[in-house]
Write a protein that binds this ligand. Structure first.
Ligand code: ADP
Ligand code: ASP
Ligand code: MG
Length: 414
């Protein structure tokens, strides 16, 4: 049996008209003799009635003291509804389909409600249903604990569900259908000249995804990589092949394509920079600050510690909480709101001089001040004021000539 996983995101299943395109994609695969596990996200985006954020608003999240376990019960409803709606419409289009919740499909997680980790997938029920149906529609983003509680696996998690089912069923490919033509050199909503990347390695895309390119969840890429199953990101609304994510960009022996200097520019907004004043004689203070953040489950970034200051960033949504906790411990904190993190990601930048200089030059020429920076072997990050986000991303995209990536790569492989 040839098996494919197809995952359709919130915008793809938003309306009945959109779902006609979804059904066409499913039929196209069935015509090639595949059986399908179709993983769905909740229908649409806030304020659509069953979108995840709309459901969360019903209990005034995050302002009230909600039970995380109950939030998972609530959030899971979005994907459950989507699975039943699509399964029903498939049958109306003469496709043999049935729907399963994440729990029924055997997705077992730990008990870390809202951000649960997948422990294993028990695929027996899906395999059984595939004997009687051509398509099993599974609710993404949700699973259950060993003891039967409903869990969700973190925002954007339907991609991860799709990868987990793909790995456990050893599918031929995991196709992620969305509202763009594939993975682009930057978010096409921000950079008009962003180019689609045809083939990219798991590692390259994992870095981009962790830095905010939300077109694919990084955990999904890691799972597919471990299982050695190709991922394809493509549009629900066209027949283009999209972007293939695999272990190597070289499909012919003897051809060696160098790693890209910069593969893409990613960004994360809604970041707050905190500058905590530290008494130089108080050595303990440096540790206390970060222990306080860890105990409150607040993730920190752009950490820069000196004898007199600890400067770092937190997601804006928890900035008030972080500041309050620090003040309670007697620290003086100054806060810079509305920051954004821009990342230039590329495996080929390792050991190449001048990449940071190029970034600084491009930003300065566009009057964008760098508030903080950091780097690793494959990524350079800059923190900037959010109001410069669009011009900063466009400046870096242009500086690394990412709008010409397709032409350049055609030349290399000829
Ligand atoms: P879905 O609901 O299908 O999961 P998402 O909204 O999670 O869709 O992801 C698709 C969106 O990701 C696109 O609409 C696009 O704006 C955004 N995006 C961010 N970075 C990139 C990128 N590098 N390439 C393509 N899309 C990107
Ligand atoms: N509906 C969930 C979310 O909005 C999961 C997903 O779309 O992948 O985060
Ligand atoms: Mg998504």
């Amino acid at each position: 049996m040839r098996l494919l996983i197809q995952k359709f995101g919130g915008t793809s299943v938003q309306t009945k008209e959109n779902r006609v395109h979804v059904i066409q994609q499913i039929k196209r695969a069935l015509a090639k003799d595949y059986k399908l596990v179709v993983v769905v996200s909740a229908l649409g985006r806030n304020p659509d009635p069953y979108a995840t954020d709309t459901l969360l608003k019903m209990v005034d999240h995050p302002t009230t003291n909600n039970s995380k376990r109950e939030l998972d019960m609530l959030m899971s409803c979005g994907e459950t509804i989507a699975s039943v709606v699509l399964s029903n419409e498939l049958r109306q289009h003469q496709v043999s389909a049935t729907a399963l919740s994440g729990a029924q499909a055997g997705l077992i997680t730990n008990e870390n409600y809202n951000e649960a980790k997948i422990k294993q997938v028990k695929p027996d029920r899906i395999k059984h249903e595939l004997k009687n149906h051509d398509v099993v529609v599974v609710a993404g983003f949700q699973g259950r604990t060993e003891s039967g509680d409903i869990t969700t696996i973190g925002r954007g998690g339907s991609d991860t569900s799709a990868a987990a089912f793909g790995a456990s069923l050893q599918a031929e490919c995991i196709e992620i259908f969305t509202d763009v033509e594939g993975i682009m050199t930057a978010d096409p909503r921000v950079v008009d000249s962003a180019q689609r990347i045809d083939v990219v390695t798991y590692t390259e895309i994992c870095n981009l995804a962790y830095q905010g390119a939300k077109v694919i969840h990084p955990r999904a890429v890691e799972i597919a990589m471990q299982a050695k199953i190709p991922l394809r990101i493509r549009s629900t609304y066209s027949n283009n092949e999209g972007t293939l994510i695999t272990s190597s960009r070289v499909d012919k022996i003897g051809i060696d394509i160098p790693d890209r200097l910069v593969t893409g520019i990613a960004h994360i907004d809604s970041i707050t920079q905190l500058n905590v004043t530290v008494n130089e004689d108080d050595l303990e203070a440096q540790a206390t600050i970060f222990k306080t953040m860890a105990e409150a489950d607040i993730s920190v970034d752009f950490i820069n510690i000196s004898p007199t200051n600890a400067i770092y960033t937190v997601p804006s949504i928890v900035a008030d909480k972080a500041t309050l906790l620090l003040k309670e411990k007697g620290f003086a904190v100054s806060v810079r709101n509305n920051c954004a993190k821009v990342s230039a990601v590329g495996a080929g930048m390792t050991g190449i001089p001048g990449v940071a200089a190029k970034i600084a030059d491009a930003l300065v020429k566009n009057s964008v001040q760098i508030l903080q920076s950091a780097d690793s072997h494959t990524t350079i990050w800059v923190l900037i004021d959010e109001k410069h986000l669009k011009s900063a991303i466009n400046a870096l995209h242009e500086a690394f000539e990412l709008n010409k990536i397709t032409e350049r790569e055609k030349e290399t492989t000829q």
